[in-house]
Design a protein around this ligand. Structure first.
Ligand SMILES: [Zn+2]
Ligand SMILES: [Zn+2]
Length: 339
């Protein structure tokens, strides 16, 4: 069978690896779909805090149980795969925050990932599997990025759903936008410095703004949004590198959702503005299993319709060509649907 292995920085290979055996109380999952995201590109190009090599990539995917020695799973069950392997027992896990598990291993980062034909799960690891209905919408493959958005949004549930601003119209920016609209935010603005990214692949009802982070404040003020942004989500590394506090409404929220890449300078921030405006700033990284379960069930039943997203479908062997299209920014998402 095949696997996409990152051997070293910038060198990914489609390798032949032995088919796994099913362990006692374990299962085998044959992959049906996996999605490639910007983080995978980043891993290949420049590594990541949580990456060790060589590594089979992939942290977004779903499959079918093809062998089971575990009482809770049967051959034929469809599953979405939560990308964290957590202990279930530490204080964070017990509080439901599996993404902060003391010993978490992340598929495609520090544990082999989902870009392979068949994946073995041990008795300990089956807690990463979330059963979904047999006739689930294929959009379930995006449960992980949607769950990351839900996880970030979960820290701001108290906000009045006025005007939200998403900075960066890549795949995650587009998904976050869809989620905000679905949750009833009155106005959702999405800004990107690349006007082409604003011309397609976004949900209906969003308002677009072509502006780099440098000129974003001016654009917002010119269009009458100064002081009116109730919720700000950066969905690109430079999403907070501008005086964003100047456009926030009192009591607004700012999600520290995207990492800032390899920046050497710490973020400049007007602490007095945060103080006087009573802003809430909250970080978020990854997603808890409960967010993933919620996202998978929402997508399986098409309660969040992501058909607007521009995707291309490839086989695992064609992954490199798919990555190129992603690098060129021609599409937002690559789905592997043949393994
Ligand atoms: Zn991802
Ligand atoms: Zn734990």
């Amino acid at each position: 069978m095949k696997a996409a292995v990152l051997m070293e920085k910038d060198r990914m290979e489609i390798a032949r690896i032995p088919r796994p055996e099913v362990e006692e109380e374990g299962v085998l999952v044959s992959m049906t779909q996996a999605a490639v995201c910007g983080t995978d590109l980043k891993l290949i190009r420049s590594g990541h805090r949580d990456l060790s090599l060589p590594r089979i990539l992939g942290h977004e995917g779903m499959g079918e149980i093809t062998a089971s020695r575990h009482p809770a799973f049967q051959k034929g069950d469809r599953v979405a795969i939560y990308p964290g392997c957590f202990c279930g027992d530490c204080p964070a896990c017990r509080a439901g925050h599996t993404s902060r598990c003391e010993t978490i291993r992340i598929y495609g980062f520090n544990r082999d990932g989902l870009f392979r034909t068949v994946i073995p799960f041990s008795a300990k690891e089956v807690s990463s599997l979330v059963r979904i209905p047999e006739k689930s919408d294929p959009g379930v493959v995006l449960a992980e990025p949607v769950a990351c958005c839900l996880s970030a949004l979960g820290r701001f549930r108290y906000l009045e759903k006025t005007t939200a601003l998403v900075v960066g119209a890549g795949a995650v920016g587009s998904l976050f936008t869809a989620l905000l609209l679905a949750e009833g935010w009155k106005t959702v603005l999405v800004a990107d410095r690349n006007p082409r990214r604003l011309s397609s692949g976004l949900p209906r009802g969003v308002r677009t703004m072509a502006a780099g982070t440098g000129g974003l404040r001016e654009c917002l003020e010119r269009d009458g949004w100064g002081g009116k942004i109730g919720f700000l989500v950066p969905c690109c590394p430079s999403g907070l590198d501008w005086p964003f506090w100047e456009v926030m409404r009192p009591g607004g929220g700012v999600s520290f959702f995207s990492g800032r890449g390899r920046k050497t300078e710490p973020l400049a921030l007007d602490a007095d503005a945060v103080h006087y405006l009573g802003l809430t700033l909250a970080g978020s990284y990854g997603c808890d299993r409960k967010d993933f379960v919620f996202a998978a069930s929402m997508l399986a039943r098409k309660r969040l319709d992501l058909s607007f997203l521009d995707c291309c479908r490839v086989s695992l062997s064609e992954l490199e060509a798919g990555l190129d299209r992603l690098r060129n920014g021609r599409i937002r998402k690559v789905i592997i649907d043949r393994f």
